[in-house]
Design a protein around this ligand. Structure first.
Ligand code: HEM
Length: 413
């Protein structure tokens, strides 16, 4: 079954918010999310999402101020028992304490420091140039050549090759990794095949286990070799830590950047005023990229588990409760963003939290920004008009917001 074929959309204006299920991917399809989140922010800023027959309940914050407060507070809200609904609702994350995003405290700090040496803007300056050149080549191959799928023909090839270069993943293996990532995170069908998802995840882990073993034998100057050979840690990275962090890099890098780029093209195809501002050079690319990130917010939520009782507004979050922060709602909070429902490429300041906030702030933020900026730059330089030629296909997820397919035609300048 394809999305949208038979699922009745939620009526955001009339819905009983207490009965809305934020764990159900179907909630995000066809729904006026602007209206839904507007109501949550106003009526139930600290919302208790009721338990389902086979899963516990959880908290959901939608205001910017509250989301930032939880992100910052890693003392009282831990990531170590999962940081997305999928794992939090299961009660554990098999990568807990081994993968950066689900590790807290001293070990998190030292592994993050090690990995940051491979991801700092200084190191990535060269990489950014390659991203721009690769993106331009991809655009040159499709602009003025009739209908295409922007997702499959352009966006899917950008981030995987950047992170692939940084990790020195052989070229011939990269498409396989994109396919596994898609099965793991961004399915576009409501048919939930958990077994297939599990298999894909295991394939990624096995793949990196083999690659790490090879880098142990023959180190290079890539990120995997940096992890394998790290010496200035209190203890060397274990096999599990290396493999899980590779997994998180490939997944983190690929998914969200793809979704932002696809979302940018879609929104620009619908918004002639902003399209003209971009192609006439009225806005700086870096500023425009920030608005694309805010507007698309590919990681809809992240989550934590309370390790002590916490009072938030008029609610008591009990120790052990699951808390989720809805970036997709916080980034449209009128208390922080003027006229938040306006797509405004010149928006400044733009303190969005598409990359999270605080100790787990996205390690790949510079790369994510670079990917989006490269797409905007190629659009500005090479494209006269974006024409939608079919229905974009939405992802089936309560975590990643975006599109798996975007049929368009890009007319040449
Ligand atoms: C963390 C979003 C690109 C790797 C995060 C977090 C968010 C995020 C919201 C915070 C998670 C939390 O607090 O639990 C995004 C978006 C991206 C993007 C929207 C692109 C548009 C990337 C890229 C990479 C990456 C390109 C890899 C090169 C990571 C890692 C973490 C992370 C490793 C965990 C950091 C930590 O726990 O200290 N990302 N990300 N991300 N991201 Fe990204």
């Amino acid at each position: 079954m394809t999305i949208g074929s038979s699922i009745p959309a939620l009526d955001a204006a009339a819905a009983d918010l207490a009965a809305v299920d934020l764990a159900d991917p179907g909630t995000f399809i066809g729904t006026d999310l602007t209206a839904l989140w507007g109501r949550f922010r106003a009526e139930r800023p600290v919302h208790w999402n009721a338990p389902g027959p086979d899963r516990p309940g959880f908290w959901a914050v939608s205001r910017y101020e509250d989301a930032v407060a939880v992100y910052k507070d890693s003392q009282r809200f831990t990531s170590a028992r999962g940081n997305v609904l999928a794992t939090l609702l299961q009660g554990h994350d098999s990568a807990s304490g081994k993968m950066l995003a689900v590790t807290d405290g001293e070990r998190h700090r030292e592994i993050r420091k090690l990995m940051l040496t491979s991801f700092s803007p200084r190191v990535l300056g060269r990489v950014a140039e390659q991203v721009r050149a690769r993106t331009r080549r991809l655009f040159e191959g499709v602009v003025g050549r009739g209908p295409l799928d922007f997702a499959a023909d352009v966006a899917d090839h950008i981030p995987i090759n950047t992170i692939g270069d940084l990790m020195n993943v052989p070229q011939e293996d990269r498409q396989k990794l994109v396919d596994w990532n898609t099965q793991t995170l961004s399915r576009d069908s409501a048919e939930h095949d958990e077994f297939e998802e599990l298999l894909a995840r295991n394939e990624i882990l096995l793949y990196f286990s083999a690659l790490a073993a090879e880098r142990r034998r023959k180190p290079g100057d890539d990120v995997i070799s940096a992890m394998v050979n790290a010496t200035d840690l209190t203890r060397p990275l274990s096999e599990d830590e290396i493999v899980f962090n590779c997994y998180s890099l490939i997944l983190g890098a690929d998914e969200s950047s793809r979704m932002s780029s696809i979302g940018a093209v879609l929104e620009l195809s619908r918004n002639p005023e902003q399209w003209n501002a971009l192609i006439n050079g009225d806005v700086a690319i870096e500023t425009a990229a920030e608005e694309v990130l805010r507007w698309t917010t590919p990681a809809m939520h992240f989550g934590r588990r309370a390790v002590t009782d916490v009072v938030l507004r008029d609610q008591v979050i009990r120790s052990g409760d699951i808390m989720t922060m809805w970036n997709t709602a916080a980034n449209y909070d009128g208390a922080v963003f003027a006229d938040p429902e306006r797509f405004d490429l010149a928006r400044t300041p733009n303190r969005h939290i598409a990359f999270g906030y605080g100790p787990h702030f996205c390690l790949g933020a510079f790369l994510g920004r670079t990917h989006v900026a490269a797409v905007l730059e190629s659009l500005r330089d090479l494209v006269a008009e974006i024409r939608l030629t079919g229905e974009p296909k939405r992802l089936w997820s309560n975590f990643v917001y975006g599109y798996s397919s975007l049929p368009v035609e890009l007319k040449a300048k």
